[in-house]
Design a protein around this ligand. Sequence first.
Ligand SMILES: [Zn+2]
Ligand SMILES: [Zn+2]
Length: 367
Amino acid sequence: MRTQRVITAMAIVLVCLLMPRSGPAADPPPAQGRLRAALLTAEMATSQRLAQCARDGQTTVVLVLDDDSRAGRAAVAAVTQRVAAASLGLDYWIEVGRCPELADEHPAWMASLQGHSEWRRMHKDFPQPRTNEVVKNYPWIPVLYRESFDAHVERVKRLLADRPACGRVWLNDLQGPPSACGCGNPVCRWTADYGPIKTATPLGDEAAAKFVAAVGKVVPSGARVVPVWTTECEEHDVAMDALCAGVGCFKGICWKAYTRQLGPLADEAPLIGVLGLYKQFGQDTDAYRQQAGWVQQAIRGFAQMPPKHGGRAVEPQRLMMVVQGCDVTPDELASQIRQAENAGAAGILVAYATIDQSWQPRMYQWR
Ligand SMILES: [Zn+2]
Ligand SMILES: [Zn+2]
């Protein structure tokens, strides 16, 4: 009798546990341990702003490091104290590939626009290069050349020297430049030169992975390096009015080269950031039924695309989604976060600071 009562009670408890909760469907709660972070410049990181970050459930501030001057260093040092006072974690963010200072000083190290000419739809008056000229992609200095690789390591080392301790160092743009093949798609980034004219020494597919390893030796003690990678073009981008403007990138080299570069990177870095600036990248189109649907697609691509091209899947648990936090409505931001959570991303970094991804053609005399 007693046993029967116990069994009945257990059954009731079990039924209660299995019953769907009533009330409106809530967003899925953040998974245990999922990183919630905010990308801020030193200027943006006031005490009020940091308090707001904490109220929003963010646990970490990722601070843009771009100023090596005495004043810039003092500003960062002050922010790190405010971040600690707000009981938030501290990471640093360094923009690598888009580098005006190196592009101005070493134009030969810039990536080029030699392949398809569809990029010209955005720069209609740009002249044709003569035989001694090549069109460069300003100010994109990829780590994919021996010369720029070394210069970038030195630059990152300088930026990180004598800084307060941090949890992670995020390195943005370790791929080729936007519109790499010339199609004009901001996330076509598989090469530095889609053509024969090289004005620096190309490195192999492991360049980005080696860069992560090199920076790992100069980060503040205990910090981890998180490379930030974009996805590639989508099949629907081939349409004349879409991002690849008729160029058959998707079925061409893009994903194959992407896979060859992502493999070594994934072997080197346990966590990878995904640059998911969906509106900035023109991905807010009808191609996706849900708002910010591309965000989910971008994360899934890391697992789905490499195996189709001889590589290994990179699962969402290893990906931190960088979503667009400026020039979006609160609703658009919420949608991006929901899409990233639904895809199972390991963390979400809201980029309230602008991540400049712009580029321009520049003529360069190579002989
Ligand atoms: Zn392309
Ligand atoms: Zn592409």
